[in-house]
Structures are given as structure tokens and as C-alpha cells.
Write a protein that binds this ligand. Structure first.
Ligand code: AHR
Length: 325
């Protein structure tokens, strides 16, 4: 009886008791060949995303991992298609940054059936069965929202209010939009002087942030005391809209943002943004190390957290030259 190389590898894997080692992963090790990683990116919506893509690509090259990369243009169906194509191509590992939190079970069950391990980066998903992915590498968006909320509380501690907040939300249904909103609410909910008077998605883009802010200004004008933008691109768009309307962002309207990109720092150094809550896109090296560990059959923690901080405008000019993204 002749057996295929794949079957032989399966038998060897069973013999060495490699219960957590996938067939694909075992094959890569046994054949001492390059690991192939299929990465399904969200899109190119922001400066953060561009830096994240560069980080993933350069870390893959440094780690000598063969990277298959796709850009979903902010559409979940494109990401699902990309993941299916990686399954069909029998890659060793699939990683993706999910556009939205829900709706992933069917395609992840397909990856599981094909014994291809899945790693989440940047954004989390909402699934009951946590065995559908190996680990999640990225920020705690809820904590980022709380950090923004705590900064706001402190900034207005001697102010009776009201503090009218206009919120520029990220992509509808995405983890950072859901959590940065919830984190803020958790902190300010018991203080009636804070009121969210307007809240709408600008899809994490500069153009979206500008357009939504123009509409907010038309409806609420000078009633807006604070803009809470879920990322720097939308904050920068809102700043443009406010300046065109003769308002003074950073002075008569407080601007709170997320990411801490160079663009955010430049706006803070120019006195137009008051605080930037850091969210690091430089996840590539951690991802490649996790990919190698998965292939080697090493256990990984279910959650790998990124370390981040908060930058008020007072440190912007001195910190700007050290920013990497
Ligand atoms: O998921 C991370 C978020 O997505 C970043 O805050 C934002 O800029 C990006 O588009």
C-alpha cells in the first residue's frame, strides 16, 4: 500500500503526540521550508493602517516568512473571500484584523476544519467558541476609551459644564468604535455635566471626519465644547471643518483623539488638538513571532496586549521627533 506524503506526515504527527500541532504547521516544520502566512488587512483607511501594513510586511520579510497580503477595502465580505482563498491555498497560518466584530463563525469553522491556525491582530471578534482563533494581538480599545474619558474628567474638573460632546465614531460595528465609545461612557456616565449631543460614524477616514463635523457644525454650531474623535484621521478632518467655519480647535473646542500618529502630534504641536490616546500599529514583529510559535507547536497566551500611553498637547513638540508612525 502506498500512502501520500501528507498522510505520512499526519501519521508522524499523531505518533509524536503533537495534539496541538496542525497538519499544515507540522508540514512546514518537517519539510524545513518557509512558513506561508495569509494576512487579510482591513484596508488603507488611515495613517494608522498604513503604518500597520508596513509593519506587517517588513516584519514578515525580516522573519523570512512568505506573506500573502490582501486589502479588504473596509468590507467584511472581501475579508471573508481572502480568508477562503488562503484556506484553498493551504497556507500554514492565517492572520487578520477584522473589519467588524461579528459574523466570523462560518469562515473560521472552515479554517478550523482545514486545520489552519488563525491569529487575530489589532481588532477583536465576538465569537462564543474561542477555539476558532489561537491568540489576539493588539490594543485594549476599552481601556483606550477609559483613558480618553479620564483625561476629559480631569480637564473639566473645575468646570461646572455643561460639556457638550460631539463624537466622531469609527467604522460601525468595529471593535475600536464600539469600545472607545463604551470606555468613554463608563467613565463619564455618572457626571451629568457631560452630554454627548451628537454621534456619527466617519468610518475612520479624514474625509469622513470632515464631512460629519461639517454637519455637526451646521446643526449645533458653537454649542459644541468637545470633539471626541475615534482616530487621528477623523480628528484632522474635523479640525479642517472647524477652521473653515471660523472656529478654533484646541482652544474654544477641545479635541480628543486616538492613535497618536505623527499627524496627531503635529496638530497638538500646532495647538489644534488637546490630547492623543496612543494605539500602536507596530504589531508586525509580535505577529511574526506568534506565527513561528504556532508553527513550532508552542502554546501562546489567548491575549497579547500592546503597551500604550496618553499624550497631552504639552508634550507634543518634544515627543514628535521620536514618533515612529
Ligand atoms: O483598529 C485600529 C483603528 O483602525 C485605528 O485607531 C484607526 O486609525 C484604524 O483605522
Amino acid at each position: 500500500m502506498t500512502i501520500s506524503r501528507r498522510t505520512a506526515l499526519r501519521v508522524i504527527a499523531a505518533c509524536v503526540g503533537a495534539s496541538t500541532l496542525t497538519l499544515a504547521a507540522f508540514s512546514a516544520q518537517a519539510q524545513d521550508r518557509k512558513i506561508t502566512l495569509g494576512f487579510a488587512q482591513v484596508g488603507a483607511e488611515s495613517a494608522w493602517r498604513t503604518a500597520n501594513t508596513e509593519s506587517v510586511k517588513s516584519a514578515a520579510a525580516d522573519a523570512k516568512i512568505n506573506l500573502k497580503f490582501s486589502d479588504a477595502q473596509q468590507k467584511q465580505e472581501n475579508q471573508i473571500k481572502a480568508i477562503r482563498s488562503y484556506i484553498a491555498q493551504k497556507v500554514d497560518v492565517i492572520a487578520f484584523s477584522p473589519v467588524v466584530e461579528s459574523g466570523w463563525e462560518p469562515v473560521l469553522l472552515e479554517a478550523k476544519a482545514a486545520k489552519i491556525p488563525v491569529i487575530l491582530t489589532d481588532r477583536n471578534i465576538d465569537v462564543k467558541d474561542k477555539s476558532l482563533y489561537v491568540t489576539m494581538i493588539g490594543s485594549d480599545f476599552m481601556e483606550e476609551g477609559r483613558r480618553g474619558g479620564r483625561w476629559i474628567e480631569d480637564h473639566y474638573k473645575n468646570d461646572k459644564g455643561p460639556v457638550n460632546i460631539a463624537e466622531l465614531q469609527g467604522t460601525v460595528g468595529s471593535a475600536p468604535a464600539n469600545d472607545r465609545h463604551s470606555g468613554l461612557i463608563e467613565v463619564i456616565k455618572n457626571d451629568p455635566k457631560f452630554k454627548i449631543i451628537a454621534s456619527q460614524s466617519g468610518d475612520f477616514t479624514l474625509a469622513g471626519g470632515k464631512q460629519v463635523m461639517e454637519a455637526f457644525i451646521k446643526t449645533y454650531g458653537n454649542k459644541i465644547n468637545l470633539v471626541y474623535a475615534h482616530n487621528d484621521d477623523m480628528a484632522l478632518g474635523a479640525i479642517q471643518a472647524m477652521e473653515e467655519a471660523g472656529m478654533h480647535p484646541g482652544k474654544d473646542v477641545t479635541v480628543v483623539s486616538f492613535d497618536a500618529t505623527k499627524g496627531g502630534f503635529q496638530a497638538m504641536a500646532a495647538g489644534k488638538m488637546n490630547v492623543d490616546v496612543e494605539c500602536s500599529p507596530l504589531l508586525g514583529p509580535q505577529l511574526m513571532s506568534a506565527v513561528k510559535d504556532v508553527v513550532a507547536g508552542k502554546p501562546l497566551p489567548k491575549r497579547i496586549l500592546t503597551e500604550e500611553t496618553v499624550f497631552p498637547m504639552s508634550v507634543a513638540a518634544q515627543t514628535l521627533p521620536t514618533r515612529k508612525y
